[in-house]
Ligand binder design. Structure first.
Ligand SMILES: O=P(O)(O)OC[C@H](O)CO
Length: 410
């Protein structure tokens, strides 16, 4: 058999599901064998992939998150476009088979799909039905509702909500939900962006509200670590948590309370017709320059991975959305959403009406910008910086980072 390797960042229950998919692929035929290798966080996996590429030891398939999409898509010759690898190996490919939000994010500026969307997620609002029922409130649809719900929860001694990955939820997807731009140059799709839209009236209002809610004990900011924000929800220390739809499978198995899931809140005062969020999670990139037989193995695996059956298995096990329309239909027909309507929330949110600014973003060195955001958000909630100064600092530092990136792609 021809051996290929797949470097990924899926830990815990997600990693186990990845291993099952690889085992099923290997058992389904005897020409190719794939070996998945866990390489750490998304950033660690990308860093390892870049180092290995430079040393001519790259894996055949590298998982790269939304944050790193610009880095790999704009690096000439590194990734072989997924649609080329499939077609050259004799598989049919039609990007219209993929759901819209998924199709756009990992495509080049002409719409050609470069990465194979794999674990596609979107941020949603999880809530503790027991606590909300006890207090007699519904899960909030808007941040205006959230403020009212927070008062009632606080009166009964409950903190309202926390969220993981603040830049993802409170900046990138906040912008998409309200159909506002993330960056200039058409969110970075037309040319390297020079400015992100962080120092704007909507961000100032939102972060001032979050700070006010934090001071009142409604909102809990637990820093930049993902789990530090998710765990208090699991331990019923906060009533709600904003996190990834891809966390649904794990959460459902772990919590002792009735778990509810609904759309990410929005400000009615900013956009009454809030729409779809961005696709998050990651895509799989086929590293170019490998022997033809290995490229064929990658194509065979991608074909297996995107089959409706494999997609449905991945979706039901994890909460990451199905990336193709056929897989979504198959899942509906299976009756899964009748049993578990909460499992459909992510894909339904991604299918809400879109607008000019809901296609995604393409920002180079964006993980460095997220680090600046984390530092400044920490400063806001630790009373070290005002919201205005923090957003101003992010604005200035991100411009330096974006300009440095622009020089690398000229
Ligand atoms: O936790 P995930 O895999 O849904 O990813 C969340 C973000 O998109 C990562 O950048």
């Amino acid at each position: 058999a021809t051996d290929i390797t797949w470097w990924h960042a899926m830990s815990g229950q997600l990693g186990e599901t990845v291993n099952t998919i690889a085992r099923d692929f290997n058992a389904s035929q005897d020409e190719y064998k794939i070996t998945p290798v866990f390489k750490g966080s998304y950033v660690e996996t990308l860093t390892a992939g870049i180092a290995a590429y430079r040393a001519d030891q790259a894996p055949n398939i590298l998982q790269v998150a939304d944050v790193g999409a610009a880095t790999i898509i704009n690096a000439p010759g590194v990734a072989k476009p997924v649609q080329d690898i499939l077609v050259e190996s004799g598989y049919a490919f039609n990007n219209q088979d993929y759901i819209a939000g998924v199709r756009d994010f990992y495509a080049d500026s002409n719409g050609k799909m470069i990465g194979m969307p794999f674990n596609s997620s979107t941020p949603v609002l999880y809530y503790n039905k027991n606590i909300l029922d006890k207090v007699g409130v519904d899960a909030p649809k808007t941040y205006e509702d959230m403020e009212q719900v927070a008062k009632k929860l606080k009166a009964q001694g409950y903190a309202t909500f926390s969220q993981s990955l603040t830049p993802w939820i409170m900046f990138e997807n906040f912008k998409s939900r309200h159909n506002l731009p993330v960056a200039d140059k058409n969110n970075g799709f037309d040319a390297p962006a020079t400015k992100i839209m962080i120092n704007t009236p909507d961000m100032k209002m939102h972060f001032n509200k979050l700070k006010d809610w934090s001071d009142k004990g409604y909102y809990k900011y637990y820093g930049s670590d993902w789990n530090a924000n998710q765990t208090p929800f699991e331990k019923e220390q906060v009533a709600m948590w904003m996190g990834s739809s891809g966390s649904f499978g794990g959460l459902r198995n772990r919590v002792d309370f009735n778990l509810g899931t609904t759309y990410l809140p929005y400000w009615k005062s900013i956009n009454e017709k809030a729409g779809r969020t961005f696709i998050g999670g990651a895509a799989l990139f086929a590293i170019d320059g490998k022997p033809k037989k290995e490229q064929q193995a990658v194509a065979a695996f991608f074909s297996f991975l995107t089959s409706p059956e494999t997609q449905m298995f991945w979706h039901k096990s994890t909460g990451y959305v199905t990336v193709t329309k056929a897989a979504y239909q198959l899942t509906k027909q299976s009756g899964y959403y009748k049993e578990q309507p909460d499992a459909e929330v992510g894909i339904k949110q991604l299918s809400l009406p879109g607008g000019e600014w809901t296609r995604g973003y393409r920002l180079g060195f964006y993980s460095q910008i997220q680090e600046v955001m984390h530092r400044e958000f920490d400063n806001i909630f630790a009373n070290r910086t005002s919201v205005e100064d923090a957003l101003n600092n992010i604005d200035k530092e991100s411009q330096v980072i974006l300009n440095r990136y622009a020089r690398t792609v000229r």
